[in-house]
Design a protein around this ligand. Structure first.
Ligand code: SF4
Length: 267
């Protein structure tokens, strides 16, 4: 494991017990991180929050990954600093077979410490009970995301109780994400959310992945630039010139599954 020489003053390995920074301190941290490379932001997060407690398996820094189109960018940035970082994967029961295969391949190649959390629901039974006759369509996406994604995310964060959580959101992906800070307190998850590539654009990810010879999700080449679950109403390929996230819940107002929002698991 790389143990970088600390260059940031917040270094500590204490587990989460509520916000450790005042609003002023957090603003100063965000100002200081604003122009740093994502690698340095990850380094700050690791120095500040440390590794989870080995015995308890809680506290410290974790990350989430959907193993989506360009997930390897954030995974590479994180594991260059903290190779054993727990990688939380939310398995809704409706992931593409290609996503599961890609995850397994990346786990073997990069020795990823994956912590997979699954929905409590049987995927077929859930559709039947909730009046969803066509598995390629979700009529009530909020109910499905609430039961099969947000509940799982809440359970994962409650189980691991990290001090901070690295995520791969970008400001240019949605209105909600444009309002995010690189480091912000998440009351819902009782930890800090750290977004090292928040200010990057898709071209920055593309060049980083090219420089480090990192693979995209196999569906990326088929026009899937943002990849979630397999119903056509949740993820579809996009055309030339479309916004990268235009294929997510296409034709509906929904822009977020909710795991990056502090609204609770019911959305
Ligand atoms: S993205 Fe679609 S299939 Fe996945 S949990 Fe949400 S509504 Fe269900």
């Amino acid at each position: 494991m790389n143990t970088p020489t600390p260059i940031f003053s917040e270094a500590t390995t204490a587990a989460s017990s509520g916000p450790r920074f005042t609003g002023e301190e957090l603003a100063a941290i965000n100002a200081r991180l604003a122009d740093l490379h994502p690698h340095q932001i990850v380094q700050w997060a690791y120095e500040t929050f440390g590794a989870p407690d080995v015995k308890a398996g809680t506290g410290g820094l974790v990350m989430t990954s959907s193993f989506g189109a360009d997930a390897m960018c954030t995974l590479h940035l994180a594991t260059q600093v903290f190779p054993a970082i727990p990688v939380v994967v939310i398995n809704t029961g409706y992931l593409f077979a290609e996503t599961l295969a890609f995850m397994a391949e990346m786990q073997a190649r990069f020795h990823l410490n994956i912590r997979e959390f699954r929905t409590k629901n049987d995927p077929v039974t859930w559709l039947t009970i909730h009046g969803e006759p066509d598995p390629t369509v979700r009529n009530n996406v909020d109910a499905c995301c609430g039961a099969n994604k947000n509940e799982v995310m809440d359970r994962a964060m409650h189980t691991l109780a990290p001090a901070a959580w690295l995520r791969g959101v970008r400001a240019d992906q949605s209105e909600a994400r444009a309002k995010m800070q690189v480091v912000q307190w998440s009351p819902r998850n009782n930890c800090y959310a750290v977004s090292p590539i928040l200010k990057w654009h898709s071209r920055d990810l593309f060049y980083y992945m090219k420089e480090h010879d990192l693979p995209h999700h196999p569906l990326w080449e088929k026009g899937y630039l943002s990849i979630g679950c397999n119903p056509l109403t949740c993820t579809r390929a996009i055309g030339a010139g479309d916004d990268a996230r235009a294929g997510r819940w296409a034709g509906s107002e929904k822009k977020e599954c909710g795991i990056h929002l502090d609204m609770g698991g019911g959305i």
